[in-house]
Design a binder for this molecule. Structure first.
Ligand SMILES: Cc1cc2nc3c(=O)[nH]c(=O)nc-3n(C[C@H](O)[C@H](O)[C@H](O)COP(=O)(O)O)c2cc1C
Length: 223
């Protein structure tokens, strides 16, 4: 008799990649700055209609060296860092604060593309965090002011009340803008980035950028 797990195995065997629509990538034409190449690829993902192209996996480690990963959104990018948001009291915020290194993975399946970023983490200055907080919806701000992410949910009534009517929590803002005290942006340094382009013939292209004192160097990697 078949079981869901056995069915899953046959589904997996029938799946393939890359998508036949995947574009080509010629590393000889890549810009010297990996953040510029990231911007080009993100724009291509947007133009191709990739769903949620700014959503990525954020990997962190805890003080005991145990890895953790979750999906989150990219809040901002500048010349040197990819900025993510996390409360210092959430598991990912604690990990970013205590072991300040992280890795990011963007995956745009319809383009056969992956971008990896790995680097040191630093907290944003207060003004950058405050500006990002102001861009959030009232519900998101109320949720962050409550500061309970990833804690056990014992009281669903509390949750629906808090999310259903953020007025009370946001009344705090009547006296002026308030940023949730533990919430902040964190910058993942763009010192090492890798661009992967899947090719139908299996000759996938991997281009790695590493920054040194003299700027970025690149190398191609075996697929
Ligand atoms: C598509 C998607 C987008 C998400 N975006 C965020 C986000 O922007 N911020 C966030 O804190 N969690 C986001 N999450 C939830 C996280 O994956 C995660 O469950 C949550 O942040 C708790 O992680 P932690 O317990 O490691 O701190 C998102 C999840 C999905 C599936």
């Amino acid at each position: 008799m078949s079981s869901p797990v056995a069915d899953l195995r046959s589904y997996l065997a029938g799946l393939s990649w890359p998508d036949p629509q995947a574009p080509r990538f010629d590393p000889d034409t890549a810009p010297a700055d990996p953040v510029e190449l990231f911007a080009q690829w993100l724009e291509a993902a947007v133009e191709a209609g990739a769903p949620a192209p700014h959503v990525m996996t954020l990997a962190t480690v805890d003080a005991a060296g145990r890895p953790d990963a979750r999906v989150t959104v990219l809040e901002d990018v500048d010349e040197s860092a990819f900025w993510v948001a996390a409360s210092e009291t959430s598991p990912k915020g604690k990990q970013l604060g205590r072991v300040p290194v992280a890795a990011l993975v963007f995956h745009w399946p319809s383009l056969g593309r992956q971008v990896r970023v790995r680097g040191a983490v630093r907290p944003a200055e207060a003004a950058r965090t405050a500006a990002a907080f102001e861009r959030l919806s009232a519900h998101q701000r109320a949720d962050l002011l409550a500061d309970r992410q990833s804690g056990p949910l014992h009281d669903e009534v509390w949750l629906s009340d808090a999310l259903g009517d953020p007025t009370e929590l946001l009344a705090l803002e009547g006296a002026g803008p308030v940023t949730a005290p533990t919430w902040r942006l964190w910058g993942v340094d763009a010192g090492r980035m890798e661009f992967f382009q899947a090719e139908r013939d299996g000759h996938h292209v991997r281009l790695r950028y590493s920054r040194s004192e003299s700027g970025y160097g690149t190398e191609l990697l075996h697929p």
